[in-house]
Design a binder for this molecule. Structure first.
Ligand code: ATP
Length: 251
């Protein structure tokens, strides 16, 4: 069996929402150990791509395929995709009133354990696990007893997303504008957490508007998405070029 396939392969993907075609013939290959940045003008389809990848039910796939570790995931629901190792950190993390962050995280952790036929953990053992992970994003344990994202500042919500990614130990993580709303120190802390988490068995997609994140989390490839497809691919230098020249010259 050939196991040398990409962790993610997007083949001629077209997707729409409410009859509007947003992704128009998208192609992308990502291998384990790689970090890919996706940049591009507002409205070009970056968040749509992340949600389609996670299996958001509002989007329809018109044609093409999404292969995760060599197999199509088009027929899998978001929960199955998550259990298989795909994680999406939302651009706008949602608040869940009435549910403590610790309960939410433990439920998500145990749900994955169950899917993998591993033992679920009790609240006391979970506290030990989550306490270690909190240190990686420099978060206080106080955030565990608060309701999920309720009243969290923009930056705290983003940290909480990275905490989830680290806890679930996802193989493919899509971080949608995780850097927006972070102050300079928080950006460094989050970047350190991402770099500690990353290894040769994982892959990360960073959706960002700003080159500065890429100074801390260095991508192997930078792609520009425009009008629902990748129109240019380069190295980290491309992000620097975009920062100074914008997107007009690519048209
Ligand atoms: N429910 C919807 N109905 C119609 N059009 C939609 C819907 N949701 C998204 N779109 C459109 O899809 C396009 C792509 O949006 P998307 O959020 O993917 O862009 P983006 O590249 O992530 O933008 P940004 O950089 O501003 O976050 C936009 O023009 C948006 O208005």
């Amino acid at each position: 069996m050939n196991t040398n396939y990409p962790i993610l392969e997007i083949k001629n993907l077209k997707a729409c929402i409410n009859e509007n075609e947003i992704l128009k013939d998208l192609n992308l290959k990502i291998h384990k150990g790689e970090i890919h940045a996706i940049m591009g003008p507002n409205g070009s389809g970056k968040s749509t791509f992340s949600k389609v990848l996670a299996g958001h039910p509002a989007y329809n796939i018109l044609s093409g395929d999404i292969l995760f570790k060599g197999s199509s995931i088009l027929n899998l629901d978001p929960e199955e995709r998550s259990h298989m190792g795909i994680f999406l950190a939302f651009q706008y993390p949602i608040e869940i009133p009435g549910v403590s962050n610790e309960d939410f995280l433990r439920l998500a952790y145990n749900s994955k354990q169950k899917f993998l036929n591993k033992d679920e953990v009790d609240p006391i053992s979970f506290f030990t696990i989550i306490n270690e992970k909190l240190k990686l994003v420099d978060m206080s344990p106080v955030f565990l007893s608060r309701n999920v994202n309720e009243g969290f500042s923009g930056g705290e919500k983003k940290r909480n997303e990275i905490l989830q990614m680290i806890l679930l130990d996802s193989e493919l993580s899509i971080l949608d504008e995780t850097d927006s709303g972070l102050d300079i120190d928080a950006l460094k802390i989050i970047s350190k957490g991402i770099n500690t988490f990353m290894n040769q068995n994982k892959a990360i997609i960073l959706i960002t508007h700003y080159q500065r994140l890429l100074d801390y989390v260095q991508p192997n490839y930078v792609h520009v998405m425009q009008n629902g497809k990748i129109i240019k691919t380069g190295t980290a230098d491309l992000a620097k070029e975009l920062e100074s020249k914008g997107y007009e010259w690519l048209k």
